[in-house]
Design a protein around this ligand. Structure first.
Ligand SMILES: C[S@@+](CC[C@H](N)C(=O)[O-])C[C@H]1O[C@@H](n2cnc3c(N)ncnc32)[C@H](O)[C@@H]1O
Length: 294
């Protein structure tokens, strides 16, 4: 039977998760902690969640903080999730970047999947780029000029992502048959992503609430289906952080259900119904001035 979390343990755990990952767990969702942390009660021989909190707070088990965060984050993802960014990539960005590469006004394109979960998002980016330039007969020429960085707070999710091995259920979520046949090989019950695509993505552990990032600057950032889990002030801080990591004119994609915080450094643009955001040239967002003026 699942143990009930006391109100004092709930408050402490909520604060711990908010401080360490920026995530809000509302009181109504206490069951989420009760179910997802139940395994840790057993593993750490804790009588209840108060004791589990004492374990992590004492620092006696240095790995426990990560285990708690890993257990509570939502890894929900799928291939080519939500159509907007993929259509904007195909119709606007890939043709533009190809022209700029061909004209010599740029030498590389850098893309960041900033909460990549188990890898479906960055690998969708890599497959789309490969497919787009293959169709144009220019794959060897241009696809190699793209750098795709993917990051997540969860070491467990990154472990799956790096392997590029997926079970049938994950494969069935949004991956077109044509892409499955071209880019994966079946090995018993799992599907292995082709090395040529897997090697195009570099994975890093990165907590979006941490200030410093040495991942470099990007031309497009996928920050999708993560802001909804953050506290309001964390949303604003994380969007500002992405602005500081953008090259001039950089493009930001949010999830369909996510709103850009007010007075951000980004302007909303649309192609048809598809929304994307462009880094403003002159922003009123003071903390981003250094990036905007670059
Ligand atoms: C719902 S998934 C979204 C995956 C993908 N972007 C998509 O749209 O399908 C959210 C991911 O954000 C990660 N995450 C949660 N808090 C984070 C933080 N503070 N820093 C970085 N990643 C975080 C979780 O581990 C999870 O893999």
């Amino acid at each position: 039977m699942v143990k009930t979390i006391s109100s004092s343990a709930l408050g402490k755990m909520q604060r711990f998760i908010r401080d360490n990952a920026g995530l809000v767990i509302e009181d109504e969702r206490a069951y989420l902690l009760e179910t997802r942390l139940a395994r840790l009660l057993v593993d750490y021989r804790c009588a209840d969640f108060d004791e589990l909190y004492r374990c992590v707070d004492s620092g006696r088990y240095p790995e426990l903080a990560d285990k708690i965060i890993n257990a509570v984050v939502t890894h929900e993802t799928q291939w080519f999730r939500e159509m907007s960014p993929w259509r904007v990539m195909e119709r606007l960005l890939l043709p533009r970047w190809q022209d700029e590469l061909a004209a010599g006004s740029r030498t590389v394109v850098r893309i960041w999947s900033a909460a990549c979960s188990t890898g479906q998002e960055p690998y969708s980016i890599a497959m789309l780029i490969d497919d787009y330039f293959s169709r144009a007969g220019r794959r060897s020429e241009w696809a190699e000029r793209f750098t795709i960085i993917a990051s997540d707070i969860s070491g467990a999710a990154l472990g799956i992502a790096r392997q590029g091995r997926y079970e049938a259920i994950a494969m069935g979520r949004g991956l077109p048959d044509d892409y499955r046949n071209r880019y994966f090989s079946q090995q018993g019950r799992v599907w292995q992503l082709a090395d040529a695509i897997r090697r195009r993505v570099d994975f890093y552990r990165c907590n979006l609430i941490d200030e410093a990032s040495d991942l470099g600057l990007f031309d497009a950032i996928f920050l999708r289906n993560i802001l909804i889990y953050f506290a309001d002030e964390v949303k604003t801080a994380v969007v500002e952080k992405t602005a500081r990591q953008m090259n001039p004119g950089g493009i930001l994609f949010l999830g369909n259900a996510e709103m850009m915080p007010e007075n951000s450094c980004f302007s909303q643009r649309k192609i048809g119904d598809d929304i994307y955001y462009v880094l403003k040239e002159n922003s009123s967002c003071m903390s981003c001035q250094s990036t905007i003026r670059r």
